[in-house]
Structure formats: structure tokens, C-alpha cells
Design a protein. Structure first.
Length: 218
């Protein structure tokens, strides 16, 4: 999937085209454990990937993570407004709005278009994060990719996607102790990659529960 510098295909349109056609995997995971694991995988991820080069930014995103997890405990609906509140902390801004121009990522290799209904469609996609039409790993993966490919913010969308992922899992009592395996480049037209992400999340959820359960019995 090699794009030249003049590639202008709309990656958001590609994602919306395949989103409903993805063969999301089944999952037979059990109920979450009663308490979070000793190691917060998301906190460890942000600290390891950002801490050495941006101490202040890392502190802000960890504060936003705490805010997102607190919102998840309240069982609230995932909306752009909720995410914007986290993003205000991440970017240290008084206000954060939905982007008003087309966006680019991956060195310009992906372009995300903007239409009059883009914001509204994003809200509808976020609302699906709580609908039991798919197993939790697939819903969490889909939400993570929604944020990446809608690219709703002018900056910090990768961080926003991770925060949304942590929120969707935590809202159902699921916490990960490992997140680093998720650090793989994702492409908007890669249906198999989206399904693989859901499989990986299911593995990470099951592994975290197993390790905590074994530790509790030790």
C-alpha cells in the first residue's frame, strides 16, 4: 500500500465504505476481573512512548487519561464533546473544536476529507461504541479506528484514539496491562487489519484477566 506524494484519495471515505462490511471476529471472553491490574497499560504506554521527549505533554495526556477513565466509571455516552474535554487537557487549550479543513496524516499519505455531515456522522459512529451489536474487542477496535480516520481534531488524534479506546474498555470494566502491541500503523482501507486489531484486543483482554486472576491466587 504505497502512496505517492500526490495521492489524494479520501481515506475517511475509504473507511466509511468498508466499515460496515468488515468481518469482525467473534469473541468468547468472560466477564472482566473485579479490579484493575497492577500495571495500567495505557499509562505505561504513554509514559514509555512520550515521556522522555515531552515530559509536560506526557503529564497532560496522563491527566486526560484519568479524566477519561473517570468518565467511563460514570457510564456516560461517548461523544465528541466528551472527547473534546479530554483533548483540551492534552493540547492545553481553552477550547477544542471539530476540524474545519481536510486533514492529512502519515506524511501526507492519508487524506481525510470534510463534508457538511462529517461531524454528525462521527457522532453516530461514537454512539455505536456502546451498542451490543458486536463483541467488546470489535467495538473498541472500531471506535479506535473511527477516531483515527475521522481525524476530528486539528492535532493529537493518535492520542485521542488511544483515550477513546481506553474509555470504551473501561466503561465495561475492562483494563489492559499491556498496550504496546497496539502500536502498529493502521490504514483506512484495510478491512483485514481492522479485524486483526479486534482479535489482538481480545487477546490482550484475556491475557490481562488471566494474569490478574493468577496473581490473585498466588
Amino acid at each position: 500500500m504505497n502512496y505517492g506524494p500526490d495521492h489524494q484519495n479520501d481515506a475517511l471515505a475509504d473507511w466509511l465504505r468498508i466499515r460496515a462490511e468488515i468481518s469482525w471476529p467473534r469473541w468468547s471472553g468472560g466477564l472482566p476481573v473485579a479490579e484493575p491490574p497492577p500495571l495500567d497499560g495505557f499509562r505505561d504506554f504513554f509514559t514509555a512512548t512520550r515521556g522522555a521527549r515531552d515530559a509536560e505533554g506526557t503529564a497532560r495526556v496522563l491527566t486526560a487519561l484519568d479524566r477519561a477513565l473517570g468518565d467511563a466509571e460514570q457510564g456516560v455516552q461517548l461523544t465528541f464533546t466528551l472527547m473534546a474535554n479530554w483533548q483540551r487537557i492534552v493540547l492545553y487549550r481553552d477550547a477544542v473544536a471539530f476540524r474545519t479543513m481536510p486533514a492529512f496524516a502519515k506524511g501526507g499519505r492519508e487524506h481525510y476529507g470534510l463534508a457538511p455531515d462529517t461531524h454528525a456522522r462521527f457522532e453516530l459512529c461514537l454512539a455505536e461504541s456502546s451498542r451490543p451489536d458486536l463483541p467488546l474487542p470489535s467495538r473498541a477496535a472500531r471506535t479506535y479506528l473511527d477516531v483515527l480516520f475521522f481525524h476530528p481534531f486539528e492535532d493529537g488524534n493518535a492520542r485521542a484514539a488511544i483515550l477513546a479506546l481506553a474509555f470504551v474498555l473501561a466503561r465495561e470494566g475492562v483494563h489492559l496491562d499491556q498496550v504496546h502491541p497496539l502500536q502498529v500503523t493502521r490504514w483506512a482501507d484495510d478491512a483485514e487489519g481492522a479485524a486483526d486489531l479486534a482479535v489482538l484486543l481480545g487477546i490482550l483482554i484475556t491475557a490481562a484477566e488471566r494474569r490478574l486472576s493468577n496473581g490473585s491466587r498466588a
